[in-house]
Write a protein that binds this ligand. Structure first.
Ligand code: ZN
Length: 507
């Protein structure tokens, strides 16, 4: 198979096309999903904004996305009153790359926010600065170490981190989301009726999944006495565990999923506390609340656990709920969006004046005579995982097809690296230039309409009876199409400053 890095004739064509022309070429017609009635019942001009991110929260583990367990009683009630977007993906499966994309509205390699030390670049207008400069009081509150980096807190009027423990990998042991909510409410009270924008990042659904006992027991009759420790047991003993039958139905695996679900319930309660406190302050009437996640979480769908290893659906599909009392008409939309679309959309919805034109994301509503109608962004959705000493890959979703291009891949049985070796690799890699657009070692193509689990790589079975020759030909055409799209970003990157790595953080 000819890989993009070796396709000199193809590259020659690309060099003669401007990236703007390519973007126009690849734009597709907007698909209006809002129906005949507007999605807004009143203007959101000048509203307060709260963006809530629950780390590593898979959309399909929430009741409002069809999960049978009662993990999200309160979020489900918000979803029933608000707007639920069904097909939203994160732009990375790694926290720091993904949240940087959310803050900037730019893809990781466009903004330069890539790698272990990814962080928003202060010279690029983003969430904090765009709201601060028009008079909003801005606050960031979290219990997750990665977000405590000054690259994320920069530009907010107030920020505070609620961490537990110390050392190389301090972890919250659950329940600290309540502190985030209480601090957020205090910030609002201290704002004295000024307009405010808050970013709240809750850590609990992130591993190591250590919920309080009483929350765990809402989902099982008794506490499992041999819980698997992810970093110290799963990774080093991966091959052995697989041989023992570790997986769905096996008690250690089911305990792991139960603990994850209980952590979601912990976060659900923390968000409910936030709403109770803001209700008492009477600020919710003029507030837009956006609830989402930075990425999903793997549970062996593709052979591994946690996240920041792949770009399959379980690592990318995140919830997105817009809630605003009395201003939004409840509804559900199957529009395809990604996190980079949120910032330009909320700026527009709240009518925040700005002259920034550098977003990769798009506004996903249109204003008509009777109000606002949400719709599909009408463009391919791109995700990137660019951690040079771990995994490097990109994925593109266009309509029902998904293409994955892998530059660096580590097989599941080779993913355990002792912590000290990992630190040394990071330090060594910082002195070595990284080619973010190197040759590919692996390509995959999936038809999400018939294969949502991404199990059958169409490139591995070009003559299969299941898809037929016509489908295969269409698929190969699409790959060329998407390579042009990705290479258009490569051309833009050539004029951008080199990547700068901040302080390292090891997951
Ligand atoms: Zn995360």
């Amino acid at each position: 198979m000819m890989l993009p890095g070796k396709d000199s004739g193809f590259r020659g064509v690309i060099r003669h096309l401007s990236s703007t022309a390519l973007l126009l070429l690849l734009s597709v017609l907007l698909i209006t999903c809002g129906g005949p009635r507007p999605d807004t019942l009143a203007s959101l001009r000048g509203y307060n904004l709260i963006i809530i991110v629950a780390d590593a929260l898979r959309a399909d583990h929430l009741g409002c996305y069809g999960y049978p367990r009662r993990t999200s009683r309160f979020l489900d009630s918000l979803a029933a009153e608000g707007i639920v977007f069904e097909h939203v993906i994160s732009n990375s499966s790694y926290t720091r790359e993904s949240v940087s994309a959310l803050f900037s509205g730019q893809l990781p390699s466009r903004s330069g926010s890539v790698g272990w030390g990814a962080r928003p670049r202060s010279e690029i207008p983003g969430l904090a600065s765009l709201f601060s400069r028009v008079g909003y009081q801005t606050g960031l509150f979290t219990d997750w170490l990665a977000i405590c980096d000054s690259g994320f807190t920069h530009g907010f009027h107030e920020s505070e981190c609620f961490l537990e423990g110390s050392g190389p990998r301090p972890r919250s042991q659950g329940g600290r989301g309540n502190l985030v909510s209480e601090r957020a409410a205090q910030f609002v009270e201290d704002s004295h009726n000024s307009r405010f924008m808050m970013y709240l990042h809750y850590q609990d659904p992130h591993s190591p999944y250590s919920p309080p006992r009483n929350t765990y027991l809402r989902f099982r009759e008794s506490v499992f006495d041999r819980p698997l420790r992810l970093f110290h047991q799963f990774r080093p003993r991966y091959r052995q565990l697989m041989e023992e039958g570790f997986g769905p139905g096996e008690e250690r695996f089911e305990d792991l999923v139960t603990r994850y679900d209980a952590e979601i319930a912990v976060t659900d309660r923390a968000i409910e506390i936030l709403f109770e406190k803001l209700e008492a302050l009477d600020v919710l009437r003029k507030t837009l609340v956006v609830i989402t996640s930075d990425h999903g979480e793997e549970f062996l769908e593709h052979g591994y656990l946690e996240h920041a290893w792949t770009l399959y659906n379980e690592s990318l599909h995140v919830p997105l709920i817009f809630w605003s009392r009395d201003s939004l008409r409840p509804g559900r939309y199957d529009a395809r969006l990604s996190l980079i679309d949120i910032l330009p959309t909320v700026l527009s919805l709240l009518e925040i004046p700005h002259d920034h034109t550098g977003f990769d994301g798009r506004v996903f509503y249109a204003e008509q005579n009777d109000g606002f109608h949400f719709h599909d962004v009408g463009a391919p959705l791109i995700s990137e995982l660019l951690i040079p000493h771990r995994c490097m890959m990109r994925s593109v979703i266009h309509r029902s097809l998904k293409y994955i291009a892998v530059q660096k891949w580590i097989a599941p049985e080779e993913r355990f690296i002792p912590f000290s070796d990992q630190q040394r690799q990071i330090e060594e890699s910082q002195e070595t230039p990284v080619d973010l657009w190197g040759d590919l070692v692996r390509e995959e193509l999936y038809d999400l309409s018939s294969d949502p689990g991404e199990k059958q790589n169409l490139l591995a079975t070009p003559g299969s009876a299941a898809h037929g020759l016509r489908d295969v030909l269409l698929s190969f055409n699409l790959i060329k199409f998407l390579r042009i799209y990705l290479n258009s970003f490569r051309l833009e990157m050539a004029s951008r400053p080199a990547i700068e790595y901040g302080p390292t953080y090891v997951q």
